[in-house]
Design a protein around this ligand. Structure first.
Ligand SMILES: Nc1ncnc2c1ncn2[C@@H]1O[C@H](COP(=O)(O)OP(=O)(O)OP(=O)(O)O)[C@@H](O)[C@H]1O
Length: 490
């Protein structure tokens, strides 16, 4: 069994430069030690980074950048061709590839912070109690001095590359309803202070621990919101790399917000990433192998969906090494036991998200178009329930609606139902979904399903390598992960 060594070093602290080295060595299961993780050294100049910026100022600056860019339209075209929709790094050439280190880090933030370096957070906000703590700093409640509105203020110590990247990526993504909105960024010589919208509903993980596994409808609602924000991130050229319920915050109204972009990174279309990043229980197998893409977020979301539906994590072990081994090799068995109460489409979706071959794993968009996500929304379930009761109440008990549906419609429904078949020949023998959804006899329900199916187009995988659960162990974070902190990012 392979040996796992995870190290995080911080060295060479100088007045203006700091070097951060993150290393992770994972010995292969063959016993031959091989380094599959990253060894990254980056020098960050802190001297040029100024003080405070508001998003208004950021938008102004972006607009200015955009105007400059539009003057040289050909550059934009070439940028778009690369398939990355990113905020242009102000003051730097658009022909630079995203994620190119220091120039990206000091891009927009830098030129904007230089504009308002004299402003201090305490001038605009009253800082309150600590409401959270992470690896890189603390999160405090804060109140606007102007209108008394409450926010969360995350203070990040400067120096590490990831901190600068987190600020930049949050600015880049802010504005989507599923991303914690960044209100303003302040800066002093030691820290960044990110003023964010306050998510008073707590973390999804706490809700999961309190309530246990949730209904398919609730799980589908959560997954749907999560996948639309993941899709947005990917379209914006960002991989989150740390999708887990600890990083999903809830608002008072119950909607979810993706938070903690500390491990997020830029990615261009087709670009492969390297460097071990993520939280053990949620990490995709290809991350452990060294080269990966934005599909790692789909895997992690699949792990979350598994935990939401059955209340335990799919890949477990009593050490990091064992968990990684399970992620790489264990076959998931999504039938029998607890799975008997979970619908086939839900199991099918988990299988397609936890497919080890990333080329066969669904994209965010495909997940959103999966029948299970389309059907299991409160609205559709309500509609089908009301259809059902109408049919039942129909005089004579026989389906009066049935008779009213033209023949051609019935044929279309039949075909649509058949299109739900994920042929067992196209999936692995380890995980097969019985061809064809067991279509309800209630034709009104079929109508609703067919309406949803008609909007679905799923490319069937040639094969999928799915995994079976190891003996579940009792764990207590992210549903059930324990002391060795399998949910703690590395
Ligand atoms: N906008 C927010 N509203 C309310 N609470 C928040 C907000 N942002 C963060 N928190 C709280 O602070 C905690 C730590 O925040 P966050 O995960 O962003 O910090 P981090 O240093 O990046 O953590 P990690 O060590 O997980 O990377 C969260 O788990 C959450 O409880």
């Amino acid at each position: 069994m392979g040996e796992v060594v995870l190290r995080r070093k911080r060295k060479g602290s100088e007045e203006e430069h700091e070097t951060v080295e993150v290393e992770a060595d994972v010995a292969s299961s063959s016993g031959r030690p091989e380094i599959v993780a990253c060894s990254r050294k980056t020098r960050v100049s802190l001297s040029d980074i100024g003080s405070c910026l508001s998003l208004k100022a950021c938008r102004r600056q972006r607009k200015k950048c955009k105007e400059q860019v539009e003057e040289s339209g050909s550059e934009v075209a070439s940028f778009k061709k690369r398939g990355v929709v990113t905020a242009p790094p102000c003051g730097s050439s658009l022909t630079e590839l995203p994620g190119r280190g220091i120039k990206r880090k000091i891009g927009c933030i830098d030129c904007l912070t230089r504009m308002g370096r004299k402003k201090k957070i305490v001038k605009d906000y009253v800082l309150g109690d600590e409401i959270g703590k992470g690896r890189f700093g603390s999160v405090k409640l804060c109140k606007s001095k102007v209108n008394g509105a409450e926010f969360a203020c995350k203070t990040l110590r400067k120096g590490e590359e990831t901190v600068h990247r987190e600020v930049e990526i949050m600015q880049h993504l802010s504005g989507h309803p599923g991303v914690v909105t960044l209100q303003a960024v302040y800066e002093d010589p030691e820290c960044f202070h990110l003023v964010m919208e306050l998510c008073s509903g707590g973390r999804l993980v706490d809700q999961m621990v309190k309530e246990g596994n949730c209904s398919e409808c609730r799980a589908a609602g959560i997954l749907k919101e999560l996948m639309s924000v993941i899709k947005y991130c990917h379209e914006m050229g960002v991989v989150h790399r740390d999708i887990k319920p600890e990083n999903i915050l809830l608002t008072t109204s119950g909607s979810m917000k993706l938070a903690d972009f500390g491990l997020a990174t830029r990615v261009s279309s087709g670009q492969k990433l390297s460097g071990v990043a993520g939280s053990p229980a949620y990490v995709a197998p290809e991350v452990l192998m060294g080269k990966y893409s934005e599909k790692v977020d789909i895997w992690s979301a699949g792990v979350l969906l598994h935990a939401l539906l059955v209340g335990f994590l799919p890949f477990q072990g009593d050490s990091l090494e064992a968990v990684f081994e399970a992620i790489k090799t264990v076959s998931l068995k999504l039938d029998g036991g607890v799975w008997d109460s979970i619908s086939k489409p839900a199991r099918d979706l988990i299988g397609r998200m936890l497919t080890r071959d990333e080329s066969l794993r669904l994209t965010a968009d495909e997940v959103l178009r999966h029948p299970w996500l389309l059907f299991h929304t409160e609205q559709i379930l309500k509609t089908t329930a009301s259809f059902k009761s109408k049919v039942k109440n129909c005089a004579g008990g026989r389906s009066c609606q049935l008779a009213s549906i033209p023949r051609v419609e019935k044929e279309r429904n039949k075909a649509a139902s058949a299109s739900l078949s994920y042929g067992s020949d196209r999936t692995s023998s380890r995980y097969s979904v019985t061809p064809g959804l067991e279509v309800q006899e209630d034709l009104s329900l079929v109508d609703a399903l067919a309406a949803a199916i008609s909007r679905v187009r799923i490319s069937a995988p040639k094969r999928s390598r799915l995994c079976a659960p190891s003996t579940p162990i009792q764990q207590d974070c992210s549903s059930n992960v324990k002391a060795i902190s399998l949910c703690t990012a590395f």
